[in-house]
Design a protein around this ligand. Structure first.
Ligand SMILES: [Zn+2]
Length: 160
């Protein structure tokens, strides 16, 4: 589904104290489990100018779809065996942990914000989607930041 712009989703979350928060979230896109992929055309149209920053909403949402093919999104695409899956996560998880640490240090202690979109620090499946965006649209810079992920993604996507 392609929306012209300004896609606002109504969200409800219950916090640890049982308080329900309702808020609106503006979306660049969304991949629904067992459902469609939605993208905001404004963000799609800007893809040329946002590639430098490693940003691409279409790649992001379709990577979520690939991730969901073997169940709930967990940062691991469908792989032939559980051994492959362990090997995948053995590379992705430390990269995610290190990136998350950098974002936390930047936010709490004023450290330098990493180059990759900090949205990738919210969960490992978001890290996978955000990292793939950068891998496809700015391979050179992505490779400087995450050489181990370039090798991993080349193996899966057949790149190189
Ligand atoms: Zn996402």
């Amino acid at each position: 589904m392609v929306h012209p712009a300004d896609v606002v989703a109504q969200r409800t979350v219950t916090d640890d104290d049982g308080i329900v928060h309702e808020y609106e979230e503006e979306l660049a896109g969304e991949a629904m489990e067992g459902g469609p992929v939605m993208v905001n055309w404004r963000d799609v149209a800007e893809a040329g100018s946002t590639a430098e920053a490693g940003y691409n909403v279409v790649i992001h949402e379709f990577v979520h779809k690939i991730d969901m093919r073997d169940g709930a999104p967990d940062g691991c695409p469908p792989l032939p065996s559980s051994r492959h899956r362990r090997e995948w996560l053995a590379v992705l998880e430390p990269a995610y942990a290190k990136f998350r640490e950098q974002v936390i240090v930047a936010e709490r202690f004023g450290g330098a914000m990493p180059w990759l979109d900090d949205y990738g620090a919210t969960a490992i499946d978001e890290f996978f989607a955000v990292a793939c965006e950068a891998y496809f649209v700015n391979r050179g810079r992505f490779g400087e930041e995450f050489p181990e992920l370039v090798t991993l993604f080349d193996g899966f996507f057949g790149g190189g």
